[in-house]
Write a protein that binds this ligand. Sequence first.
Ligand code: CU
Length: 64
Amino acid sequence: MTFKLKVPDIACQGCADTITESLLTLEPNAKVEVDVSTKIVTVESTVPLENIKQAIINAGYTIE
Ligand SMILES: [Cu+2]
């Protein structure tokens, strides 16, 4: 499944890297793209959406 999540707290590439890392910890084979300008995180993953959201929240970000 591909999920698109808006994460308004993303301010820079450092945020993008933090979120990417937390999602890859959750599922090493996930494909993660973070667009810093639109603040959209695209995740291609077999992990349920709730777990993806939780990983982003645990990394210190909020989801719109
Ligand atoms: Cu940042």
